[in-house]
Write a protein that binds this ligand. Structure first.
Ligand code: GLU
Length: 291
């Protein structure tokens, strides 16, 4: 059996808050409960959304909670060469193509087919540039998605399925502004770091089929997945800076761990963070047992 390697992969767009600690704690507990290693990867590919110093603060907050990575953390902003290699591989295999469409072009393509623009969410890409750029300048790079439903298993949510081509369309690998897309970076890094188990918030569950298609296109293994419950803000949406999330207090790690544990269904006690974490690992193992 491949030894367990897990990870926490925060985007340093701000400090850890009650919601992001849940994902950090769950990924750490799952690694410890299975005798595995736990890594931290700072997902700072979207430079304009990152906040200076948030990466260091997140690492301090994790350490204050007793969550220390088993290897030095890595920063995605330093790993562009790996993402370029992966894109080159996909292009050479005929699986990635340049796209010259603006948002408006995509809306017009759907309107021409009699489909009104959806009011919410991202537009499904209709595949216009699969047939070539037709004289338009290249803006982004997209994955040519294979047709059909992706079936996958989540340890908490059970069987999941999505027809990526129909529900998302050929998705972006490198953005029009030149930045690497999350989907490509996360797939390349999970494989490069030997990640066997992805434990993260449920808001990312519907990204998983895209990541599985990319893994297949690149000949990479698919890890196991467990998506955790989310902490909701006042407006019923996932807790974020926009709806009232406050930075975790470095001075109150035990209270923060207890609150995160409660979201994960862990009713355990401990006199200090180490004691609480030890009890939480045992409780986690009892629920999420052998893989
Ligand atoms: N960086 C992503 C986020 O903070 C998480 C990526 C992942 O766990 O796959 O939302």
């Amino acid at each position: 059996m491949t030894p367990y390697v897990g990870r926490f992969a925060p985007s340093p767009t701000g400090p850890l808050h009650a919601g992001s600690l849940v994902a950090a704690l769950a990924s750490w507990l799952d690694a410890r409960a299975h005798g595995g290693r736990w890594l931290v990867r700072l997902e700072d590919v979207d430079g304009p959304r990152c906040v200076a110093g948030a990466d260091r603060l997140i690492l301090q907050q994790l350490a204050a909670c007793g969550l220390r990575p088993d290897e030095p953390p890595v920063w995605q902003s330093q790993r562009g060469a790996l993402y370029q290699d992966a894109l080159d591989t996909l292009v050479a295999a005929g699986r990635a193509y340049p796209c010259g469409c603006t948002r408006r072009d995509i809306e017009l393509a759907w309107a021409a087919r009699g489909v009104a623009r959806p009011r919410h969410g991202e537009l499904v890409y209709p595949g216009t540039c699969r047939a070539g750029l037709q004289g338009k300048p290249a803006r982004a790079w997209r994955l040519h998605c294979e047709a059909g439903v992706v079936d996958w298993h989540d340890r908490r949510l059970g069987l999941q399925r999505q027809d990526v081509q129909a529900e998302v369309g050929d998705f972006v690998l490198r953005r029009a502004d030149g930045l690497w897309a999350y989907q490509l970076a996360v797939v390349v890094d999970d494989a490069a770091q030997g990640i066997t188990d992805v434990v993260r918030g449920e808001d990312l569950a519907d990204n998983t089929p895209r990541q599985i298609l990319l893994q297949r296109a690149l000949g990479l293994p698919t890890p196991r997945y467990l998506h955790t419950p989310l902490v909701l803000g006042d407006d019923g949406e996932k807790l974020s800076k926009q709806n009232g999330a406050r930075a975790l207090e470095l001075s109150e790690p035990l209270a923060a761990l207890r609150a995160a544990g409660a979201v994960l269904g862990l009713q355990v006690d401990g006199a200090d963070t180490a004691g609480w974490l030890g009890a939480a690992v045992r409780a986690w193992r009892a629920t999420w047992g052998p893989l």
